[in-house]
Ligand binder design. Structure first.
Ligand SMILES: *Cc1c(COP(=O)(O)O)cnc(C)c1O
Length: 371
């Protein structure tokens, strides 16, 4: 229902009509081929073959589509969704604008694969300035950007892009559909990794594309069927099951991020703290207008790799791990993955532990890590 609030929307998203004797969320349907009508063939049934057709996946797509306010197609991973979207929309000779400070493998894909097939790739920092968009086919932004957490004013950028005839896609991984609704802000497409906060249990990989355009949806669907990067039914089912608690998880993660941001900003041994919910943060002015809630992720600098290691070793509640948005608090020194961040740069993802415990643990770990 349009008037329902976030918790209610998450609990009900994508569920079939109640049928006595049936479960709330039907279990995963495991099938490669399905039985066909010997006379009519595939035309008369919704399921013929598992790559295009799976009912578990359709329930999940209905759920994410409801939350994003569009139609959704899920992919095996976020990277499959992003590369699928780029290759669906872009043709040799087209120009695409990508973030300089966004998800690192997307930049690698652009400079290797896209440039290799004759797509002109321009880069712009998330917070701008953006180049002249005349002749641009697609602007892909990541807001807040991973890992630096800058944001871009989506309505303003979409107005500029549309005036120039360009499409706008927003990577909504960090915010999730409860954190911001890019399609309402003027984006043509949403693309995201569902591996992170959306599903939040650190136990599956998922990606999706959402749009209100029937043409774009058809093109994306065709791309996915022909290239085949679909999630399996068990992962789709686990993801749908996890969506029900998205509102609750984000509420605790955001509260934890706010408490840690206040702790870290006051410590002289921590520099470069970024969290878009802090009034002094450069992203705050735009984020507080276009975002419905702040992410549970923050970033900061501890100076060098050894000090980050001492901090992680001392922390009881902060696991050293990449990715973010899970139930468990994690922190990642991004430079160890060949990212172009500073050696002491840390992305910390707040889990759903009790705030008081997390603040105490991070305080003690920083004290132990010393200077
Ligand atoms: C993780 C991530 C991706 C890639 O998602 P996978 O599910 O790991 O393939 C894309 N964009 C952003 C912003 C991400 O954080």
């Amino acid at each position: 229902m349009a008037d329902d609030h976030d918790g209610t929307r998450c609990v009900h998203a994508g569920l079939p009509e109640p049928v006595p004797g049936e479960p709330f969320l039907p279990g995963p349907v495991f099938a490669a081929p399905y039985h066909l009508d010997p006379w009519a063939g595939p035309a008369t049934a919704p399921n013929g073959y598992g790559r295009p057709d799976n009912p578990t996946r359709r329930h999940l797509e209905a759920a994410i589509g409801e939350l994003e306010g569009g139609q959704c197609r899920v992919f095996a991973t976020g990277q499959a969704a992003i590369t699928g979207l780029l290759l669906t929309v872009l043709r040799p000779g087209d120009t695409v604008v990508l973030p300089t400070d966004g998800y690192f493998p997307v930049r690698s894909f652009a400079t290797d694969t896209l440039a290799g097939i004759g797509v002109r790739v321009l880069f712009a920092p998330t917070a701008g300035p953006y180049p002249d968009l005349d002749g641009v086919r697609l602007v892909l932004v990541e807001t807040p950007a991973n890992p630096g957490l800058d944001v871009v004013d989506v309505p303003a950028l979409a107005a500029r892009a549309h005036a120039a005839g360009a499409l706008v896609a927003v990577d909504n991984t960090t915010a999730t559909p409860l954190g911001q609704c890019p399609l309402d802000l003027g984006a043509d497409l949403v693309v995201a990794s569902g591996t992170k906060a959306l599903t939040g249990h650190s136990d599956l990989l998922l990606g999706y594309v959402a749009t209100r355009s029937a043409d774009l949806l058809e093109a994306v669907t065709g791309w996915r069927t022909i290239t085949g990067a679909v999630p399996g039914p068990f992962d789709a089912w686990l993801a749908h099951r996890s969506l029900a608690t998205l509102d609750l998880r984000l509420a605790r993660q955001t509260a934890n991020a706010e408490a840690l941001a206040r702790l870290l900003v006051a410590r002289p041994d921590v520099t470069g703290l970024r969290w878009p919910g802090l009034p002094d943060d450069p992203a705050y002015a735009v984020a507080s207008v276009q975002m419905r809630r702040m992410p549970g992720v923050l970033s900061f600098d501890l100076g060098d790799a050894e000090r980050v290691a001492r901090f992680l070793d001392a922390a009881r509640l902060v696991a050293a791990a990449t990715s973010f948005g899970g139930l468990h608090t994690t922190a990642d020194r991004r430079a160890q993955w060949g990212d172009d961040t500073a050696p002491g740069f840390v992305r910390l993802s707040c889990g759903v532990e009790d705030t008081v415990d997390l603040v105490a643990d991070v305080t003690a770990a920083l004290d132990t890590a010393g200077r």
